[in-house]
Design a protein around this ligand. Structure first.
Ligand code: NAD
Length: 367
């Protein structure tokens, strides 16, 4: 049976749009067609449209929404613009796949989900790490009860040097936060998803800006910062504009007595690979990146390394599976897997982490 193709519009045609969203929608060529690319910088929209043979480009995303009325909108603008473009896309009748973090504060995220529900459309936040092979394998193991009762976890996203320099990540005005919102949100979302998303009840946080606001003269690579080498920079990088944290840490208490330590940094004097992610359970522990089960075998301590097909897959695979799932959810074939309550739990905790860092006191979350 031939089905109508869903029309996709792109808003914010920078790095992640070009290297992950466009390839993901193109993988679904039988199901969707990209009809327009929009950005507030005309060159970015035009460049994306030309590079990927997209029929129309716009220097005003609202005009794209009004003229093309897409069925799906990929919101890939910097964090601060996730809310306004999500609301505008919903208003124009689209389902929205919005990049992470959902917003730069909890209240805005609630409003975004409320608007989606009122519009009768789906809002999915692009927690693309969940859709990677090793994450899905980890989830199948936690769901099967392999860890027993879980009681403590560390969610780590620590880079020795890896400040994103191609966009506006380092500017509070556009991003609303630094590594906590950029990579910490992936680490915490993954752990919370694996342990079944118990509610966060309090957070004590600290945030530091000690290294990345200086010119160290170090040689670093875009690959270390989370982008393919040679990604076109949307704007010239200037360390003097750096006004977000370069290290954020949090201590989270959950309603089921679990605790989580979150650490996220773009610049820290530590060996690469420290600040890892793990979950402790009564039957076994789980380490991520790479996935290992730390357990016992008879009378022996024993580690198991599951052989996960595709564990070294390309970066865009998470986005490719995410987009395919989103289309199935829109078609009513699957229940949306990145759920409102899960996303709100994480953004509430991260928002509280920043507030705690500012006040110097633990923040109790109102639900
Ligand atoms: N899921 C992931 O793994 C992943 C990876 C990287 C980035 N991201 C997220 O994607 C978003 C974009 O990141 P990026 O690396 O592509 O950044 P980028 O700077 O390369 O691209 C952002 C684009 O948005 C445009 N823009 C700026 N202000 C805008 C506005 N008000 N309205 C519309 N467009 C606007 C910029 O001109 C630029 O072209 C961020 O929210 C980031 O957190 C997610």
């Amino acid at each position: 049976m031939t089905r109508n193709k869903l029309k996709v519009g792109l808003i914010g045609t920078g790095m992640i749009c070009n290297i992950a969203h466009v390839p993901a929608w193109r993988e679904l060529a039988d199901e969707v067609e990209i009809v327009g690319a929009a950005d507030v910088v005309a060159d970015h929209a035009r460049g994306t449209a030309e590079a990927h043979d997209i029929p129309q480009w716009f220097d005003d995303p609202q005009r794209m929404l009004d003229e093309l009325r897409p069925d799906i909108v990929s919101v890939c603008a910097p964090n601060r613009y996730h809310k306004p473009w999500t609301l505008a896309a919903l208003e124009a009748g689209a389902h929205v796949l919005c990049e992470k973090p959902v917003a730069d504060n909890y209240q805005d995220a609630v409003e975004m989900y409320d608007a989606a529900e009122a519009a009768g459309k789906l809002l999915m936040v692009g927690q693309s790490v969940r859709f990677r092979s090793d994450s899905m394998a980890a989830k199948s193991l936690t769901d099967a009860g392999v860890l027993g009762e879980t009681y403590y976890a560390e969610a780590g996203a620590m880079r020795r040097r890896g400040v994103p320099t191609w966009g506006q990540f380092h500017m509070q005005e556009h991003s609303g936060g630094g590594p906590i919102y950029d990579i910490g949100v992936h680490a915490l979302d993954l752990v919370m998803w694996l342990i079944g998303s118990p509610r966060v009840i309090s957070v004590s946080g600290a945030a530091y800006t000690r290294l990345a606001n200086q010119d160290e003269g170090l040689l670093t690579s875009e690959a270390d910062s989370g982008a393919p080498e040679g990604v076109p920079a949307a704007r010239p990088y200037d360390y003097r504009e750096f006004d977000v944290e370069d290290l954020g840490v949090g201590f989270l208490r959950l309603e089921n007595d679990m605790t989580i330590v979150l650490r996220a940094s773009w610049a820290a004097n530590i060996p690469e690979g420290t600040g890892s992610t793990f979950i402790l359970g009564t039957r076994a522990g789980m380490a991520l990146n790479p996935l290992r089960i730390i357990g016992t075998l008879g009378a022996y301590q024993a580690d198991t390394t599951p052989i996960v097909p595709g564990r070294d897959e390309p970066f865009a695979m998470g986005h490719i599976r995410e987009a395919a799932h989103f289309v199935r959810a829109i078609r009513g074939e699957e229940e949306l897997s990145v759920k409102r309550d899960e996303v709100l739990n994480v953004i509430h905790a991260l928002d509280a982490l920043y507030r705690s860092a500012q006040s110097g006191a633990e923040v109790h979350l109102d639900w």
